[in-house]
Write a protein that binds this ligand. Structure first.
Ligand code: MN
Length: 315
C-alpha cells in the first residue's frame, strides 16, 4: 500500500479508469480517490467506457466520467475494481497502456496482476474500503464528498453489509465515513430502494419459472422478456442474490440472454462453493461468493453448461 501511495503522490496528471457497466464500488472508489487527489492539486481525468446506471447518478462528480481517455499526457493510469483489462472495454487503448505505467487497485480474487504496480487485496469488501484505508498515507482529509462516494461503494459491494466479505474493518471504515458526512440512509435508499414497477413485474415472471435441484437454484431470462419490460440484464442482476436466499440453496445462477448470441450469467454462493473458480473456468471472473461470465450459445445450451459446471464444483 505504501508503494502505491508513493507512486500516486509522485504523479501529477492521473488517468483513473474503472470497468464497464460500473457498479457502486467501481464509481465510488474511483470518485473517492479522484476527490482526494484533487485535494492534493493533482489533475485527474476519469474514464468509464460503459453506461452509468441512473441509480448512481447521485454520486458527487459522476458527470466528469468520459467514455474514452482524451489525447493528453498522463504520468500514471490507475485502474480500479477491475479483475483484468478486458473489463475496461473500449477504455483499454493499447497505445496508451503501453506508454503510461499502470497502477492496479482491486479486490477480486481472480485479478490477473496486469499492472506495473499491483495492489490487490481480496480480503477487502470493496475497493472503496481499500481507498478509505489509503487516504491517511496520501495525507488526504476525508471530506463529505469523498465519504459519500466511498460509503456507496462499501454499501453496494456488501449488499448493505450482508456479504461474508463484511469484516470489522469494513464496519470501522463505514463508521468513519458516516462521521465524515456520508449519508448512509440516503445511500441505502438510493442504491437498493429503486426497483421500477417493470423490474418487479419482471421478477414476478422469472420467479414463477425458476428451477431448483440439489442445492442449486437457477432461472433463465429470455431477451424478449427483458425487452417487454424495458429492463436491461444489468438491472435484473439483483435477482441472483435474492434467489441465493432461498432455503437450502448453495448456489444461485441467473442466466440472461443478452442479444447477439451472447448469454450473461451471474453466480451467487452461500459461502461453501467458490463460484469465482466456476466463473474463471468459463472465461469470467469475480469473487468467491459472487461472480459472472458471458458465454456464446443459446439460452438452453448455456443453461445446461453452467448448471453442469456448478454441479461439478459442488461434487
Ligand atoms: Mn468491487
Amino acid at each position: 500500500m505504501s508503494n502505491i501511495a508513493h507512486s500516486l503522490l509522485a504523479a501529477q496528471r492521473l488517468l483513473l479508469i474503472t470497468h464497464v457497466i460500473p457498479d457502486g464500488d467501481a464509481l465510488g472508489s474511483t470518485l473517492g480517490l479522484a476527490w482526494g487527489l484533487r485535494q492534493l492539486d493533482k489533475t485527474v481525468t476519469l474514464v468509464c467506457a460503459g453506461p452509468i446506471n441512473s441509480g448512481l447518478q447521485f454520486l458527487p462528480g459522476v458527470e466528469a466520467f468520459l467514455p474514452q481517455a482524451p489525447a493528453a499526457h498522463f504520468d500514471r493510469i490507475v485502474v480500479l475494481d477491475s479483475g483484468d483489462l478486458s473489463r475496461l472495454g473500449d477504455a483499454c487503448q493499447p497505445a496508451l497502456f503501453q506508454s503510461v505505467p499502470v497502477i492496479n487497485i482491486d479486490h477480486h480474487v481472480t485479478n490477473t496482476r496486469f499492472g506495473d504496480e499491483n495492489w490487490v487485496d481480496d480480503t477487502a469488501s470493496s475497493v472503496s474500503e481499500m481507498i478509505h484505508d489509503l487516504l491517511p498515507a496520501l495525507g488526504i482529509q476525508c471530506d463529505d464528498r469523498i465519504a459519500t462516494c466511498l460509503l456507496t461503494g462499501l454499501v453496494t459491494d456488501t449488499l448493505g453489509f450482508r456479504t461474508s466479505s463484511t469484516t470489522p474493518r469494513t464496519l470501522r471504515a463505514a463508521a468513519g465515513l458516516m462521521a465524515a458526512g456520508a449519508p448512509l440512509y440516503d445511500i441505502v435508499e438510493g442504491v437498493f430502494g429503486r426497483k421500477s414497477l417493470n423490474l418487479v413485474r419482471l421478477w414476478g415472471r422469472i420467479l414463477s419459472t425458476f428451477q431448483n435441484d440439489a442445492g442449486i437454484v437457477w432461472a433463465t431470462v429470455p431477451e424478449r422478456l427483458l425487452q417487454e419490460h424495458g429492463v436491461s440484464e444489468d438491472d435484473v442482476k439483483g435477482l441472483a442474490s435474492f434467489l441465493r436466499g432461498t432455503e437450502g440453496t448453495e448456489v444461485a445462477i441467473l442466466i440472461m440472454e443478452a442479444g447477439g448470441g451472447k448469454v450473461k450469467v451471474e453466480f451467487r454462493s452461500a459461502g461453501r462453493v467458490d463460484v469465482s473458480a466456476v466463473a474463471v473456468s468459463l472465461g469470467g471472473g469475480g469473487h468467491r461468493v459472487a461472480s459472472g461470465c458471458t458465454l456464446s450459445g443459446s439460452l438452453a445450451e448455456v443453461e445446461a453448461r453452467v448448471v453442469a459446471a456448478v454441479r461439478q464444483a459442488m461434487s
